[in-house]
Design a protein around this ligand. Structure first.
Ligand code: SAM
Length: 282
């Protein structure tokens, strides 16, 4: 999956994120974290920012990299609610432009900057960040180890890496399961998911310590279900609009993904979780 494919996917899919995910309101291109206090869609997707910030132990003194920042929702939330300085990094110029405007609208332009770049090979300085955060973006790295290596380079000693994403849980998929996973991942331009064990192994090989994994499948399940239900309603309409030339194949595949992400999550082929790890010099 090339960067161009990913950029093209977002060019065509953003309209559905606006309609189905209410992106303009919540600024989130990610699953929500549902808990006893956050039971609605808008609250849950914003709550994910709080959960990750707590796990990353972000303080106002920290410098944070939001790797694969979308339209800047998490960067802006962290700057606004914690007061930390945040750099949002993205390969998608259009999303960065929206993020800059949103930062101004939210009066955090002095604490945030939005930079174009690939999180597996950035121009950022060695040892310059306290926290690297990857919220549903690291899945886009063809080789996840390249992302972890780059995060290690730019993190200060004892810096924290937090990655919230999907991870393969079942390692030996049969033909049908592989096909279902492919329909999901291809439609979202995701090249592959790392297995849980591989991601943990890479962190340890690259000398991260205090590695922890928190499975939050049950907290994100309502988001998965929301997408699944929307896909059932939208698929026939999407097909007709594609036939009429009003929507395109990428947009239909996006709807198909919404269906299969849920089917495969329910089956336990993958899970959603949060990795936490610390950079150590030893
Ligand atoms: C699912 S969205 C998540 C966006 C954001 N973290 C959020 O939660 O709203 C994935 C993002 O990763 C970005 N991305 C994908 N590959 C990237 C790469 N190699 N370097 C930087 N950003 C990347 C995409 O452009 C997109 O903005």
């Amino acid at each position: 999956m090339t960067s161009n494919k990913i950029i093209e996917y977002y060019n065509h899919a953003l309209i559905d994120y606006k309609r189905i995910w209410r992106l303009d309101r919540n600024l989130a291109i990610h699953y929500g974290y549902y808990d006893s206090e956050n039971k609605t869609h808008d609250k849950a997707v914003v709550n994910m920012n709080r959960v990750l910030s707590e796990i990353a132990k972000i303080t106002p003194k920290d410098r944070v990299l939001d790797a694969g920042c979308g339209i800047g929702g998490s960067s802006i939330w962290i700057a606004k609610n914690i007061g930390a300085r945040v750099t949002g990094l993205n390969i998608h110029k259009g999303q960065l432009e929206i993020a800059r405007q949103l930062a101004i609208k939210n009066r955090v332009e002095n604490l945030t900057e939005f930079t174009e770049g690939d999180f597996t090979k950035t121009n950022l300085q060695d040892n310059s960040f306290d926290v690297v955060l990857g919220l549903e973006s690291v899945c886009y790295a063809k080789n996840k180890k390249d992302f972890i290596r780059e995060a290690r380079r730019i993190l200060k000693n004892n810096g924290r890496l937090v990655v919230a994403d999907g991870f393969l849980q079942k390692e030996n998929l049969d033909v049908k399961e592989k096909e279902e996973m492919k329909k999901w991942l291809n439609g979202w331009a995701v090249p592959n998911l790392s297995t849980l064990n591989d991601f943990k192994k890479y962190l340890k090989q690259l000398k991260f310590t205090n590695v922890k994994f928190l499975d939050i499948k049950k907290n994100v399940m309502p988001s998965s279900t929301r997408m699944y239900k929307a896909s059932i309603i939208c698929y026939p309409i999407g097909k007709i609009l594609e036939f009429l030339g009003i929507r395109n194949k990428t947009q239909t595949a996006n709807i198909v993904s919404a269906f299969y992400q849920h089917k495969t999550l329910k089956k336990g082929l993958w899970t959603y979780g949060i990795f936490y790890a610390e950079k150590s010099l030893s």
